[in-house]
Ligand binder design. Structure first.
Ligand code: ADE
Ligand code: ZN
Length: 333
């Protein structure tokens, strides 16, 4: 690293907006849960998460989450994430949780259990972690609406937004199908984000903005392929929650092929995230280090990136003020 030391990177309070709880299981926890469930892992422990395309990757997440068969275990998985996050200096995160991966629990069991894990973590001083229930791209309009109605009825404070993830390429064009669920989410005060411009191209980003009304996009980097869509992202101030290693593994053949430099130079608002840290063998600090090197960041660039994440977060203005104060008072920056 050049202008930014590893110590500076570790010490700045960090905010992460694009991380899936499904991708945070530690290998040791997976081995333990598989033994309890009497299931044979699909690969040996040291290659458990091996995948070079999105479809295989998502299948592994299904298998891993399917090992969680009761609420205390889901609560523990959420708490495990919090200990990882604390170790990384993450003070606030919005964690995507897609109930379709968790075949052993109902939606009504899963979200309260994870919320309890985050409550316990916050009481233990590990940080403030919120939840983003996520629709799967392959689901129907009715299933998506049911999820939003469930969120409305559950009244869980930790739920701050709606997400959609999964394989956009395999699902085909689905923006129109989910417009009603997103409209309802916005009506009940949820923030709106969507995976797009990963396995879908720039047209997926356009649909997320025009049909789903999102204020931020998870990945979204393929907007770089269409100047008109890139213009739309810039004009509307949409934040892209970028995941460099995830994209270099599952989308591009290397970081050199990634459009982040051009997007940054064009003035796109972007944040740096992990997507699925354990599954990809990375951490937020290691991703920020990659970003800092690739984009030639200094300490103020790092602080600005954290501020962009706070600006795009779905928490209250009061919470954002507290986060900004925390970031600005970092010792030694
Ligand atoms: N779920 C977990 N990681 C994902 C990704 N990178 N794209 C779509 N859905 C996901
Ligand atoms: Zn993702």
């Amino acid at each position: 690293m050049t202008a930014l030391s590893r110590q500076q990177l570790r010490s700045v309070p960090k905010v992460e907006l694009h991380i899936h709880l499904e991708g945070t299981f530690r290998p040791a926890r997976v081995v333990e849960l598989a033994a309890l469930a009497g299931e044979e892992p699909p690969r040996p422990a040291d290659r458990l998460f091996e995948a070079d395309n999105l479809a295989d990757f998502l299948q592994t997440l299904d298998w891993v989450c399917g090992l969680v068969r009761d609420e205390p275990t889901a609560e523990q998985v959420a708490y495990d994430f919090a200990t990882y996050a604390h170790d990384q200096g993450i003070v606030y995160a919005e964690v995507i949780l897609n109930p379709t991966h968790w075949s052993g629990l109902t939606t009504a069991e899963l979200f309260p259990a994870c919320a309890r894990g985050f409550d316990r973590a916050q009481a233990d001083g590990l940080g403030d972690f919120r939840l983003l229930p996520s629709i799967l791209r392959q689901q129907s309009e009715q299933e998506a609406l049911h999820l939003v109605e469930w969120i409305e009825g559950a009244g869980l404070d930790r739920i701050v937004g709606l997400s959609i993830d999964g394989n956009e390429e395999a699902a085909g064009r689905t923006g129109p199908r989910f417009a009603s669920a997103y409209a309802h989410a916005a009506r009940i005060g949820l923030g709106c984000t969507a995976h797009a411009g990963e396995s879908s191209g720039a047209e997926g980003v356009r649909d997320a903005i025009e049909l789903l009304g999102v204020s931020r996009i998870d990945h979204g980097v393929r907007c770089a392929e269409d100047p008109e869509v890139l213009g739309m992202v810039l004009e509307r101030g949409i934040t892209l929650n970028v995941c460099l290693t995830s994209n270099s593994t599952l989308l591009y053949s290397s970081l050199e092929d990634h459009p982040i430099r051009g997007l940054a130079a064009a003035g796109v608002l972007f944040t740096i995230n992990t997507d699925d840290p354990e599954t990809l063998g990375i951490s937020l600090c290691s991703e920020l280090e990659i970003a800092a090197e690739h984009l030639n960041w200094n300490a103020s660039d790092l602080i600005e990136a954290q501020h962009r994440a706070v600006d795009a977060a779905f928490c209250s203005e009061a919470d954002k003020r507290a986060l900004r104060a925390l970031i600005d008072h970092t010792v030694g920056m």
